[in-house]
Design a protein around this ligand. Structure first.
Ligand code: PLP
Length: 446
Protein backbone atom coordinates (compact mmCIF):
# COMPACT_ATOMS: atom_id res chain seq x y z
CA UNK A 1 0.00 0.00 0.00
CA UNK A 2 1.39 3.43 -0.90
CA UNK A 3 1.00 5.93 1.90
CA UNK A 4 0.64 9.56 0.77
CA UNK A 5 2.65 11.94 3.01
CA UNK A 6 -0.26 14.37 3.48
CA UNK A 7 -2.85 11.71 4.24
CA UNK A 8 -3.91 10.88 7.80
CA UNK A 9 -1.91 7.63 7.45
CA UNK A 10 1.18 9.52 6.28
CA UNK A 11 1.01 12.20 8.97
CA UNK A 12 0.38 9.49 11.57
CA UNK A 13 3.61 7.75 10.57
CA UNK A 14 5.44 11.08 10.56
CA UNK A 15 4.29 12.37 13.94
CA UNK A 16 2.79 9.74 16.22
CA UNK A 17 4.60 7.12 18.33
CA UNK A 18 2.07 4.37 18.98
CA UNK A 19 1.65 2.09 21.98
CA UNK A 20 2.04 -1.67 21.70
CA UNK A 21 3.48 -1.92 18.22
CA UNK A 22 6.83 -2.72 16.68
CA UNK A 23 7.78 0.92 16.05
CA UNK A 24 10.04 0.18 13.06
CA UNK A 25 7.35 -1.97 11.45
CA UNK A 26 4.78 0.76 12.05
CA UNK A 27 6.97 3.32 10.26
CA UNK A 28 6.55 1.16 7.13
CA UNK A 29 3.02 -0.20 7.48
CA UNK A 30 1.14 2.58 9.24
CA UNK A 31 -2.21 1.75 10.81
CA UNK A 32 -5.85 1.35 9.87
CA UNK A 33 -7.59 4.72 10.30
CA UNK A 34 -10.90 4.25 12.08
CA UNK A 35 -13.14 7.23 11.42
CA UNK A 36 -16.43 6.64 13.15
CA UNK A 37 -18.47 4.11 15.08
CA UNK A 38 -22.11 3.15 15.42
CA UNK A 39 -23.43 0.39 17.68
CA UNK A 40 -21.13 -2.64 17.41
CA UNK A 41 -19.60 -1.31 14.16
CA UNK A 42 -16.67 0.93 13.27
CA UNK A 43 -15.91 2.35 9.83
CA UNK A 44 -12.48 3.02 8.34
CA UNK A 45 -11.52 6.04 6.23
CA UNK A 46 -12.61 4.27 3.01
CA UNK A 47 -16.06 3.70 4.53
CA UNK A 48 -15.53 -0.05 5.06
CA UNK A 49 -17.57 -1.42 7.99
CA UNK A 50 -16.16 -3.75 10.65
CA UNK A 51 -17.78 -5.54 13.58
CA UNK A 52 -15.73 -4.49 16.62
CA UNK A 53 -15.26 -7.99 18.03
CA UNK A 54 -13.06 -6.73 20.88
CA UNK A 55 -15.22 -3.72 21.83
CA UNK A 56 -12.23 -1.46 21.14
CA UNK A 57 -9.84 -2.58 23.87
CA UNK A 58 -12.31 -4.86 25.75
CA UNK A 59 -14.12 -1.73 26.77
CA UNK A 60 -17.00 -0.27 24.77
CA UNK A 61 -19.85 -2.03 26.61
CA UNK A 62 -22.53 0.23 25.13
CA UNK A 63 -21.06 0.18 21.65
CA UNK A 64 -20.25 3.33 19.70
CA UNK A 65 -22.38 6.46 19.46
CA UNK A 66 -24.45 6.17 22.65
CA UNK A 67 -26.10 9.61 22.64
CA UNK A 68 -26.95 9.67 26.35
CA UNK A 69 -23.26 9.57 27.23
CA UNK A 70 -22.52 12.42 24.82
CA UNK A 71 -25.39 14.48 26.28
CA UNK A 72 -24.27 13.92 29.88
CA UNK A 73 -20.69 14.84 28.95
CA UNK A 74 -21.87 18.04 27.23
CA UNK A 75 -24.09 19.04 30.14
CA UNK A 76 -21.30 18.41 32.67
CA UNK A 77 -18.78 20.28 30.49
CA UNK A 78 -21.08 23.27 30.55
CA UNK A 79 -21.92 23.11 34.26
CA UNK A 80 -18.55 22.25 35.81
CA UNK A 81 -16.04 21.00 33.23
CA UNK A 82 -13.29 20.48 35.77
CA UNK A 83 -12.80 20.41 39.44
CA UNK A 84 -10.50 18.40 41.63
CA UNK A 85 -11.00 16.30 44.73
CA UNK A 86 -7.88 17.48 46.62
CA UNK A 87 -7.63 19.87 49.54
CA UNK A 88 -10.97 19.13 51.22
CA UNK A 89 -13.05 19.71 48.06
CA UNK A 90 -15.48 17.43 46.27
CA UNK A 91 -18.23 17.50 43.63
CA UNK A 92 -21.52 15.75 42.89
CA UNK A 93 -20.60 13.45 39.96
CA UNK A 94 -17.76 11.76 41.85
CA UNK A 95 -19.94 11.34 44.95
CA UNK A 96 -22.86 9.92 42.94
CA UNK A 97 -20.71 7.35 41.17
CA UNK A 98 -18.85 6.37 44.36
CA UNK A 99 -22.18 5.79 46.12
CA UNK A 100 -23.48 3.70 43.24
CA UNK A 101 -20.34 1.54 43.13
CA UNK A 102 -20.51 0.87 46.86
CA UNK A 103 -24.16 -0.16 46.45
CA UNK A 104 -23.37 -2.47 43.50
CA UNK A 105 -20.13 -3.97 44.84
CA UNK A 106 -20.08 -7.78 44.93
CA UNK A 107 -18.98 -7.80 48.61
CA UNK A 108 -19.22 -5.08 51.28
CA UNK A 109 -16.79 -2.31 50.43
CA UNK A 110 -16.04 0.88 52.37
CA UNK A 111 -14.59 3.46 50.01
CA UNK A 112 -14.02 4.27 46.35
CA UNK A 113 -10.98 6.10 45.04
CA UNK A 114 -11.00 7.30 41.40
CA UNK A 115 -8.13 7.25 38.93
CA UNK A 116 -8.06 7.48 35.14
CA UNK A 117 -6.71 4.16 33.84
CA UNK A 118 -6.39 0.54 34.83
CA UNK A 119 -2.61 0.92 35.11
CA UNK A 120 -2.88 3.92 37.42
CA UNK A 121 -5.40 2.13 39.58
CA UNK A 122 -3.31 -1.04 40.02
CA UNK A 123 -0.19 1.04 40.56
CA UNK A 124 -1.90 2.95 43.33
CA UNK A 125 -3.25 -0.21 44.97
CA UNK A 126 0.36 -1.48 45.14
CA UNK A 127 1.32 1.76 46.91
CA UNK A 128 -1.68 1.37 49.20
CA UNK A 129 -0.56 -2.18 50.06
CA UNK A 130 2.82 -0.84 51.17
CA UNK A 131 1.27 2.13 53.00
CA UNK A 132 -1.06 -0.24 54.86
CA UNK A 133 1.78 -2.61 55.86
CA UNK A 134 3.72 0.38 57.21
CA UNK A 135 0.62 1.55 59.05
CA UNK A 136 0.36 -1.85 60.73
CA UNK A 137 4.05 -1.87 61.62
CA UNK A 138 4.66 -4.78 59.22
CA UNK A 139 7.76 -3.25 57.65
CA UNK A 140 8.83 -6.49 55.93
CA UNK A 141 5.39 -7.43 54.55
CA UNK A 142 5.76 -5.79 51.13
CA UNK A 143 5.97 -8.50 48.46
CA UNK A 144 3.23 -8.80 45.89
CA UNK A 145 2.39 -11.97 43.97
CA UNK A 146 1.03 -11.70 40.44
CA UNK A 147 0.73 -14.50 37.91
CA UNK A 148 2.48 -15.51 34.72
CA UNK A 149 0.33 -14.13 31.84
CA UNK A 150 -1.59 -11.84 34.22
CA UNK A 151 -2.02 -8.28 32.92
CA UNK A 152 -2.47 -5.29 35.18
CA UNK A 153 -1.13 -2.43 33.09
CA UNK A 154 2.09 -0.70 32.21
CA UNK A 155 3.08 1.82 34.88
CA UNK A 156 6.07 0.72 36.96
CA UNK A 157 4.25 -1.21 39.69
CA UNK A 158 1.42 -2.44 37.43
CA UNK A 159 3.82 -3.65 34.76
CA UNK A 160 5.83 -5.40 37.47
CA UNK A 161 2.75 -7.28 38.70
CA UNK A 162 1.91 -8.10 35.07
CA UNK A 163 3.35 -11.47 34.09
CA UNK A 164 4.06 -10.88 30.41
CA UNK A 165 7.70 -10.66 29.24
CA UNK A 166 6.99 -7.97 26.60
CA UNK A 167 5.95 -5.58 29.39
CA UNK A 168 9.19 -6.22 31.32
CA UNK A 169 11.91 -6.65 28.74
CA UNK A 170 14.28 -3.68 28.41
CA UNK A 171 12.18 -1.64 30.87
CA UNK A 172 14.29 -3.06 33.75
CA UNK A 173 11.17 -4.65 35.25
CA UNK A 174 9.75 -6.30 37.25
CA UNK A 175 10.63 -4.60 40.54
CA UNK A 176 12.22 -6.98 43.07
CA UNK A 177 9.17 -6.96 45.33
CA UNK A 178 6.94 -8.38 42.62
CA UNK A 179 6.83 -12.16 42.26
CA UNK A 180 4.90 -14.36 39.86
CA UNK A 181 3.19 -17.67 40.40
CA UNK A 182 1.93 -20.14 37.81
CA UNK A 183 -0.77 -19.40 35.26
CA UNK A 184 -3.93 -21.45 35.82
CA UNK A 185 -4.66 -22.11 32.14
CA UNK A 186 -5.17 -25.86 31.78
CA UNK A 187 -5.08 -25.69 27.94
CA UNK A 188 -1.66 -24.09 27.99
CA UNK A 189 0.01 -25.49 31.09
CA UNK A 190 -1.75 -28.80 31.81
CA UNK A 191 0.71 -31.70 31.60
CA UNK A 192 0.20 -34.86 29.54
CA UNK A 193 -2.20 -37.17 31.36
CA UNK A 194 -2.93 -34.59 34.09
CA UNK A 195 -6.60 -34.15 35.04
CA UNK A 196 -8.01 -30.65 35.45
CA UNK A 197 -8.45 -31.30 39.18
CA UNK A 198 -4.80 -32.38 39.52
CA UNK A 199 -3.75 -29.33 37.53
CA UNK A 200 -5.69 -27.06 39.91
CA UNK A 201 -4.08 -28.73 42.92
CA UNK A 202 -0.64 -28.19 41.32
CA UNK A 203 -1.39 -24.48 40.70
CA UNK A 204 -2.42 -24.05 44.32
CA UNK A 205 0.66 -25.90 45.56
CA UNK A 206 2.86 -23.63 43.42
CA UNK A 207 1.28 -20.60 45.08
CA UNK A 208 1.64 -21.96 48.60
CA UNK A 209 5.23 -23.10 47.94
CA UNK A 210 6.14 -19.61 46.73
CA UNK A 211 4.64 -18.01 49.83
CA UNK A 212 6.48 -20.44 52.12
CA UNK A 213 9.76 -20.00 50.24
CA UNK A 214 9.58 -16.21 50.53
CA UNK A 215 8.20 -16.29 54.09
CA UNK A 216 4.52 -15.47 54.65
CA UNK A 217 5.52 -12.52 56.84
CA UNK A 218 7.04 -10.87 53.74
CA UNK A 219 4.08 -11.35 51.37
CA UNK A 220 1.47 -8.59 51.50
CA UNK A 221 -0.89 -9.15 48.56
CA UNK A 222 -1.93 -11.40 45.70
CA UNK A 223 -3.24 -9.93 42.43
CA UNK A 224 -5.48 -11.58 39.88
CA UNK A 225 -8.00 -11.07 37.10
CA UNK A 226 -10.93 -13.46 37.60
CA UNK A 227 -10.45 -14.46 33.94
CA UNK A 228 -7.15 -13.34 32.44
CA UNK A 229 -7.82 -11.07 29.47
CA UNK A 230 -4.70 -9.69 27.81
CA UNK A 231 -2.89 -12.95 28.60
CA UNK A 232 -5.20 -14.53 25.99
CA UNK A 233 -8.63 -15.07 27.65
CA UNK A 234 -7.60 -17.74 30.14
CA UNK A 235 -10.49 -19.14 32.16
CA UNK A 236 -9.41 -20.70 35.46
CA UNK A 237 -10.42 -24.26 36.33
CA UNK A 238 -13.18 -25.03 38.84
CA UNK A 239 -11.97 -24.75 42.42
CA UNK A 240 -9.03 -22.49 41.60
CA UNK A 241 -10.37 -19.30 43.15
CA UNK A 242 -11.71 -21.06 46.27
CA UNK A 243 -8.29 -22.64 46.75
CA UNK A 244 -6.39 -19.38 46.24
CA UNK A 245 -8.58 -17.58 48.77
CA UNK A 246 -8.09 -20.31 51.39
CA UNK A 247 -4.29 -20.00 51.04
CA UNK A 248 -4.36 -16.18 51.23
CA UNK A 249 -6.50 -16.32 54.34
CA UNK A 250 -4.19 -18.81 55.99
CA UNK A 251 -1.15 -16.55 55.48
CA UNK A 252 -2.87 -13.18 56.04
CA UNK A 253 -2.35 -11.95 52.47
CA UNK A 254 -4.61 -9.33 50.85
CA UNK A 255 -6.55 -10.24 47.71
CA UNK A 256 -6.61 -7.61 44.98
CA UNK A 257 -8.99 -8.47 42.15
CA UNK A 258 -8.52 -6.72 38.83
CA UNK A 259 -11.88 -6.57 37.03
CA UNK A 260 -10.73 -3.97 34.52
CA UNK A 261 -11.99 -6.28 31.73
CA UNK A 262 -14.42 -8.53 33.63
CA UNK A 263 -16.36 -5.81 35.47
CA UNK A 264 -19.85 -4.59 34.53
CA UNK A 265 -21.32 -7.75 33.08
CA UNK A 266 -18.66 -9.19 30.81
CA UNK A 267 -18.77 -12.69 32.34
CA UNK A 268 -22.56 -12.81 32.87
CA UNK A 269 -22.73 -11.36 36.38
CA UNK A 270 -22.30 -7.67 37.17
CA UNK A 271 -18.86 -8.51 38.58
CA UNK A 272 -16.93 -11.68 37.82
CA UNK A 273 -16.31 -11.96 41.58
CA UNK A 274 -19.94 -13.13 41.81
CA UNK A 275 -19.58 -15.74 39.09
CA UNK A 276 -16.35 -17.14 40.50
CA UNK A 277 -17.14 -16.74 44.22
CA UNK A 278 -14.36 -14.25 44.94
CA UNK A 279 -14.32 -11.88 47.93
CA UNK A 280 -11.63 -9.27 47.28
CA UNK A 281 -10.10 -6.80 49.73
CA UNK A 282 -9.58 -4.38 46.84
CA UNK A 283 -11.44 -4.36 43.54
CA UNK A 284 -10.06 -2.53 40.51
CA UNK A 285 -12.50 -1.34 37.82
CA UNK A 286 -12.09 0.56 34.55
CA UNK A 287 -12.94 0.21 30.82
CA UNK A 288 -16.65 -0.75 30.89
CA UNK A 289 -17.18 1.62 33.86
CA UNK A 290 -17.52 4.43 31.29
CA UNK A 291 -17.54 2.27 28.14
CA UNK A 292 -14.18 4.07 27.78
CA UNK A 293 -15.94 7.17 26.43
CA UNK A 294 -13.93 8.99 29.11
CA UNK A 295 -10.74 7.76 30.84
CA UNK A 296 -11.84 6.47 34.25
CA UNK A 297 -10.95 3.79 36.78
CA UNK A 298 -11.98 3.08 40.33
CA UNK A 299 -10.50 1.29 43.31
CA UNK A 300 -12.90 -0.14 45.89
CA UNK A 301 -11.43 -0.96 49.31
CA UNK A 302 -12.96 -2.91 52.15
CA UNK A 303 -12.62 -1.86 55.77
CA UNK A 304 -9.68 -4.17 56.44
CA UNK A 305 -7.74 -2.39 53.66
CA UNK A 306 -9.02 1.15 54.14
CA UNK A 307 -8.93 1.68 57.91
CA UNK A 308 -5.15 1.28 58.49
CA UNK A 309 -4.52 3.62 55.52
CA UNK A 310 -6.81 6.26 57.03
CA UNK A 311 -4.98 5.91 60.37
CA UNK A 312 -1.60 6.29 58.68
CA UNK A 313 -2.74 9.42 56.80
CA UNK A 314 -3.81 10.83 60.15
CA UNK A 315 -0.40 10.08 61.64
CA UNK A 316 1.46 11.61 58.67
CA UNK A 317 -1.01 14.43 58.16
CA UNK A 318 -2.15 13.54 54.64
CA UNK A 319 -2.62 10.63 52.25
CA UNK A 320 0.10 11.82 49.90
CA UNK A 321 -1.34 10.65 46.64
CA UNK A 322 -3.70 12.05 44.01
CA UNK A 323 -3.95 13.17 40.41
CA UNK A 324 -5.18 16.40 38.88
CA UNK A 325 -7.88 14.25 37.23
CA UNK A 326 -8.81 12.08 40.28
CA UNK A 327 -12.62 11.80 40.16
CA UNK A 328 -12.81 14.13 37.12
CA UNK A 329 -16.40 15.47 36.97
CA UNK A 330 -16.99 14.77 33.26
CA UNK A 331 -15.49 11.26 33.50
CA UNK A 332 -17.46 10.34 36.63
CA UNK A 333 -20.71 11.84 35.22
CA UNK A 334 -20.26 9.74 32.06
CA UNK A 335 -19.39 6.68 34.17
CA UNK A 336 -22.54 7.10 36.25
CA UNK A 337 -24.78 7.38 33.19
CA UNK A 338 -23.01 4.43 31.55
CA UNK A 339 -23.57 2.17 34.59
CA UNK A 340 -27.20 3.31 34.79
CA UNK A 341 -27.70 2.32 31.13
CA UNK A 342 -26.05 -1.09 31.66
CA UNK A 343 -28.56 -1.71 34.47
CA UNK A 344 -31.63 -0.19 32.74
CA UNK A 345 -31.11 -2.19 29.56
CA UNK A 346 -30.31 -5.35 31.51
CA UNK A 347 -27.10 -5.89 29.57
CA UNK A 348 -25.96 -8.42 32.16
CA UNK A 349 -29.10 -10.39 31.26
CA UNK A 350 -28.15 -9.99 27.58
CA UNK A 351 -24.80 -11.63 28.30
CA UNK A 352 -26.55 -14.49 30.14
CA UNK A 353 -28.99 -14.99 27.28
CA UNK A 354 -26.29 -14.94 24.60
CA UNK A 355 -23.51 -16.83 26.38
CA UNK A 356 -24.60 -20.25 25.06
CA UNK A 357 -24.84 -19.01 21.48
CA UNK A 358 -21.49 -17.21 21.74
CA UNK A 359 -19.64 -20.22 23.15
CA UNK A 360 -21.33 -22.60 20.66
CA UNK A 361 -20.30 -20.31 17.81
CA UNK A 362 -16.70 -20.43 19.01
CA UNK A 363 -16.88 -24.21 19.48
CA UNK A 364 -18.15 -24.63 15.88
CA UNK A 365 -15.21 -22.56 14.60
CA UNK A 366 -12.93 -24.91 16.54
CA UNK A 367 -13.88 -27.50 13.90
CA UNK A 368 -12.00 -25.43 11.29
CA UNK A 369 -8.67 -26.99 10.20
CA UNK A 370 -6.72 -23.94 11.39
CA UNK A 371 -8.24 -23.97 14.89
CA UNK A 372 -7.14 -26.23 17.73
CA UNK A 373 -9.76 -25.36 20.38
CA UNK A 374 -12.06 -22.67 21.78
CA UNK A 375 -12.77 -21.33 25.26
CA UNK A 376 -14.67 -18.56 26.99
CA UNK A 377 -17.15 -17.37 29.56
CA UNK A 378 -19.94 -14.80 29.21
CA UNK A 379 -19.13 -12.71 26.14
CA UNK A 380 -15.38 -13.18 26.47
CA UNK A 381 -13.77 -15.90 24.38
CA UNK A 382 -10.85 -17.11 22.29
CA UNK A 383 -9.88 -19.50 19.52
CA UNK A 384 -6.53 -21.27 19.75
CA UNK A 385 -4.92 -21.28 16.31
CA UNK A 386 -2.79 -24.25 15.20
CA UNK A 387 0.62 -22.97 14.13
CA UNK A 388 1.28 -24.24 10.61
CA UNK A 389 4.55 -25.50 9.17
CA UNK A 390 7.16 -22.80 8.80
CA UNK A 391 5.45 -20.25 11.09
CA UNK A 392 7.20 -18.87 14.14
CA UNK A 393 5.30 -18.62 17.45
CA UNK A 394 2.31 -16.31 17.10
CA UNK A 395 2.65 -15.82 13.33
CA UNK A 396 -0.31 -18.06 12.50
CA UNK A 397 -2.63 -16.12 14.82
CA UNK A 398 -1.29 -12.85 13.38
CA UNK A 399 -2.12 -14.06 9.84
CA UNK A 400 -5.58 -15.24 10.91
CA UNK A 401 -6.32 -11.95 12.67
CA UNK A 402 -5.39 -10.02 9.49
CA UNK A 403 -7.58 -12.25 7.31
CA UNK A 404 -10.49 -11.97 9.74
CA UNK A 405 -10.09 -8.19 9.74
CA UNK A 406 -10.16 -8.17 5.92
CA UNK A 407 -13.40 -10.15 6.22
CA UNK A 408 -14.87 -7.32 8.33
CA UNK A 409 -14.32 -8.40 11.96
CA UNK A 410 -11.80 -6.74 14.26
CA UNK A 411 -10.36 -9.13 16.87
CA UNK A 412 -7.08 -9.25 18.76
CA UNK A 413 -4.38 -11.89 18.38
CA UNK A 414 -2.46 -12.73 21.55
CA UNK A 415 0.15 -15.48 21.28
CA UNK A 416 -1.58 -18.29 19.37
CA UNK A 417 -5.05 -17.01 20.31
CA UNK A 418 -7.67 -14.88 18.56
CA UNK A 419 -9.67 -13.09 21.25
CA UNK A 420 -13.30 -11.93 21.28
CA UNK A 421 -15.00 -9.46 23.57
CA UNK A 422 -17.85 -7.79 21.63
CA UNK A 423 -19.88 -4.85 22.97
CA UNK A 424 -22.46 -6.00 25.53
CA UNK A 425 -25.25 -4.57 23.34
CA UNK A 426 -24.61 -7.19 20.64
CA UNK A 427 -27.64 -9.22 19.45
CA UNK A 428 -27.87 -12.92 18.61
CA UNK A 429 -28.04 -12.12 14.89
CA UNK A 430 -24.93 -9.95 15.14
CA UNK A 431 -23.05 -12.76 16.91
CA UNK A 432 -23.90 -15.02 13.95
CA UNK A 433 -22.67 -12.31 11.54
CA UNK A 434 -19.46 -11.92 13.54
CA UNK A 435 -18.67 -15.64 13.45
CA UNK A 436 -19.62 -15.87 9.75
CA UNK A 437 -16.98 -13.18 9.13
CA UNK A 438 -14.46 -15.06 11.26
CA UNK A 439 -15.20 -18.25 9.27
CA UNK A 440 -14.55 -16.39 6.00
CA UNK A 441 -11.30 -15.03 7.38
CA UNK A 442 -10.18 -18.50 8.50
CA UNK A 443 -10.96 -19.92 5.04
CA UNK A 444 -8.98 -17.11 3.42
CA UNK A 445 -6.01 -17.77 5.73
CA UNK A 446 -6.05 -21.54 5.19
N1 PLP B 1 -5.89 -4.52 34.11
C1 PLP B 1 -6.43 -5.29 33.17
C2 PLP B 1 -7.06 -6.59 33.56
C3 PLP B 1 -6.42 -4.88 31.83
O1 PLP B 1 -6.94 -5.68 30.89
C4 PLP B 1 -5.85 -3.64 31.51
C5 PLP B 1 -5.83 -3.16 30.11
O2 PLP B 1 -6.13 -3.89 29.18
C6 PLP B 1 -5.27 -2.89 32.53
C7 PLP B 1 -5.32 -3.34 33.82
C8 PLP B 1 -4.61 -1.59 32.22
O3 PLP B 1 -5.55 -0.64 31.93
P1 PLP B 1 -5.14 0.70 31.14
O4 PLP B 1 -4.78 0.28 29.76
O5 PLP B 1 -6.36 1.54 31.22
O6 PLP B 1 -4.00 1.30 31.86
Amino acid sequence: MTVMPNSTEGRDIAYQMHPNVNLRKYEKSGGLVIERGEGIYVFDSSGKRYIEGLAGLWSVALGFGEKRLAEVAKAQMEKLPYYHTFAYKTHGPSVDLAEMLIQLAPVPMSKVHFTSSGSEANDLVAKMVWYRSNALGQKDKKKIIGRIKGYHGVTIASASITGLPRNHESFDLPLDRMLHTSCPSFVHFGEDGESEADFTARMLKDLEDLILREGPETVAAFWGEPVMGAGGVLVPPAGYWAGVQAILKQYDILLVVDEVICGFGRTGTLFACERFGIAPDALVLSKQISSSYMPLSAILLNDKFYQPIADESDRIGSFGHGYTASGHPVATAVGLENVKIILERDLVGNVQRLEGQFLDGLAKLAGHPLVASSRGVGLLGALEIKPWAGTASGDAATAVQAAVQDAGVITRNIGESICFCPPLIITGEQIDDMFAGVGKGLDAAA
